[in-house]
Design a protein around this ligand. Structure first.
Ligand code: KIV
Ligand code: NA
Length: 264
């Protein structure tokens, strides 16, 4: 297996090979994901919820994101490392550039992810111009939880769906090279995937995206409380974390995950 690269992601889309992505927050889980053949490991700001115990991703600081990226990067040999820009690290291009510098130079990330479109497109352009590969994130954007009023599917209404579609074209035009679609109707995600040249990664977005991402604790069944509709416990009935991750990767690659029950 060769190391996964940013241009390699586009090649995977063109060749119809699904991209398997998983979050990690430390070296041990990162090593497991790498051993299981996961393509992309995300140091998500879900860190704030699943590791730190907050009710949202907003409290995660840049220092914490950088710290966890350094831990995860030590566990990876083949998988591509993507790191989330924390809440408000995209407040202006200059701040986002410095945040990206730290996540890449100190944290070992190869790509940074940021949520939204609109003014964010200018931030994406500034990053891309400075050779920072960017993953965009649309649909349910958890940093907007207070505007959205909760964690729920986005784009069921025609007008919202049209906005998400337009935003997807806008972030791709701004230079994003990967796009996460979270909690959107499967038909909308399929349409975006069809219309864009860049790969899409779904979470609660149906099976027709170019890849899938899950929060690692969700797919190991260790997130307390109700399992999110779009997730699945891959550790159930299996003997190890690596086996569970490998099963997730296999199911994504053969198209059996997500199933109809995991989508909107
Ligand atoms: O923070 C995170 O874990 C994420 C994924 C759910 C895409 O952004
Ligand atoms: Na995130």
């Amino acid at each position: 297996r060769k190391p996964v690269t940013v241009p390699g992601l586009r090649a995977m889309k063109n060749e119809g090979r699904k991209i398997v992505m998983l979050t990690a927050y430390d070296a041990s889980f990162a090593t497991c994901a790498d051993m299981a053949g996961v393509d992309v490991v995300l140091v998500g700001d879900s860190l704030g919820m699943v590791v730190q115990g907050h009710a949202s991703t907003l409290p995660v600081t840049l220092d914490q994101a950088v710290y966890h990226s350094t831990l995860v990067s030590r566990g990876l040999s083949k998988a591509l490392l993507v790191a989330d820009l924390p809440f408000m690290a995209d407040r202006d291009p200059a701040f986002a550039l410095e945040a990206a510098r730290r996540l890449m130079a100190e944290g070992g990330a190869a790509m940074v992810k940021l949520e939204g479109a609109g003014h964010i497109c200018g931030v994406i352009e500034a990053l891309v111009e400075r050779n920072v590969p960017v993953c965009a994130h649309l649909g349910l954007t958890p940093q907007s939880v207070h505007r959205l009023g909760g964690y729920r599917v986005q784009g069921r209404e025609e007008a919202v769906a049209e906005q998400i579609l337009a935003d997807a074209h806008a972030v791709a035009a701004a230079g994003a090279q990967l796009l996460v679609l979270e909690a959107v109707p499967a038909a909308l995600a399929a349409r975006i995937t069809e219309e864009l040249d860049i790969p899409t990664i779904g979470i609660g977005a149906g099976a027709d995206t170019d890849g899938q991402v899950l929060v690692v604790y969700d797919m190991l069944g260790i997130t307390p409380g109700k399992r999110p509709k779009f997730s699945k416990d891959f550790l159930a009935g299996r003997g190890s974390v690596v086996e569970a991750m490998a099963a997730y990767a296999a199911d994504v690659r053969e198209g059996s995950f997500p199933a109809a029950e995991h989508q909107y």
